[in-house]
Design a protein around this ligand. Structure first.
Ligand code: NAP
Length: 319
């Protein structure tokens, strides 16, 4: 079978399509014939060799995908032919097939395509964990989703709206604002416009949002601390460097600033999150949005594309 193999860390050009032996499923594992693969920013950080979690080389990237069960070990509760989405594989998922622990595979709802299935694992589970576990999101509260147009942002918008929250979202440019309005956010702001954070205060009668889900903390954390509501919560999902902050805001407003990593989720938490997501997919209120599609052989182009601002919808690879 074909798979992307990385033999040395570096730029997108180190992603090479190669022939590799087909893997076999063990006792509590399934072999999945992949139909679509989700590309996440973290795949690019690991490929570059700059991420805290180092991959062992040679390495096949990727955690998110969807496909059809080709074979199942005796202890795996899946049938051959079943449609599944997966989050995490024994090797990576930038491949035609992958072996997956049964606990990392979930039935793909009928209403969702394979491409949509490949857009669930990292984005929706991260957004769910950030809002509810990290931020204690509650109906009627105002949430600022800072970076609402990306993979995690779109999922966070849909989940927050389902939970009955008032959503302020940010995106880049007029097209980004229009995109957020199409998702149903109440207020959409352009994070490229100077002074846009003051709009957050105006929209909340100077009180500030009770919850901020932050996708780019190195740029925004200082302003988040300034505008967050008294006793508010800031959940850091993404950061690409250090952030200069004034801790006094955290002190005077009793703020909680909490980081979160999806990779720290326990098995029980993962089960709970995916069971909850399944209800949202079944009701049609959670709907992964697909953006650019690339053949697996062009994974390098997908890695370059995901780091360019302005992507609307999840980038997927087609094996
Ligand atoms: P993505 O699809 O590439 O989206 C990036 C988002 O950041 C877009 O909404 C982009 O908006 C926005 N952005 C750009 N400039 C911004 C600014 N100045 N202020 C606020 N937002 C800005 O990435 P993603 O998959 O949603 O992930 C978002 C971040 O979270 C990434 O850094 C990723 O590595 C991280 N992440 C962390 C975890 C975890 O476990 N902690 C899990 C998943 C992702 P425009 O393109 O419209 O400008």
């Amino acid at each position: 079978m074909k798979a992307i193999v990385v033999e040395k860390f570096g730029g997108p050009e180190v992603l090479k399509l190669k022939d590799v032996p087909e893997p076999k499923a063990g006792q509590e594992q399934i072999l999945v014939a992949l139909k679509a693969i989700g590309v996440n920013p973290v795949d690019t950080y690991i490929r570059a060799g700059t991420y805290a979690r180092k991959a062992e080389l040679p390495w096949t990237p990727g955690a998110d995908a969807a496909g059809v069960v080709e074979s199942a070990g005796a202890g795996a509760p899946f049938k051959t032919g079943e449609r599944v989405y997966v989050h995490g594989a024994v090797g990576g998922v930038y491949a035609q097939k992958a072996v997956v622990e049964a606990s990392r595979a979930f039935p793909l709802p009928d209403a969702l395509s394979f491409e949509q299935g490949a857009a669930i694992g990292v984005p929706y589970a991260t957004a769910h964990r950030a809002l509810f576990q990290g931020g204690g999101a509650r109906r009627g509260e105002t949430v600022l989703i800072h970076g609402a147009s990306g993979g995690v942002g779109v999922a966070a918008v849909q989940l927050a709206l389902c939970a009955g929250m008032i959503v302020i979202g940010t995106a880049g440019g007029d097209d980004g604002v229009a995109f957020l309005k199409s998702l149903g956010v109440m207020y959409a702001l352009d994070h490229r416009k100077p002074g846009y954070v003051d709009e957050v205060l105006k929209l909340t009668d100077a009180k500030g949002p009770q919850l901020i889900v932050e996708m780019l903390a190195n740029v925004n954390l200082a302003e988040d601390l300034r505008v967050a509501a008294q006793r508010g919560h800031i959940v850091i999902v993404g950061s690409r460097g250090p952030a200069p902050i004034d801790p006094r805001y955290a002190m005077t407003k009793d703020l909680t600033v909490r980081g979160m990593s999806l990779w720290n989720m326990t098995e029980a938490e993962r089960e709970h999150v995916h069971a909850d997501l399944a209800k949202g997919f079944a009701s049609g209120r959670l709907k992964p949005l697909i953006g650019a599609k690339f053949p697996l052989a062009e994974a390098a182009k997908a890695h370059a594309a995901i780091l360019i601002p302005g992507a609307r919808g999840k980038i997927v690879l087609l094996p």
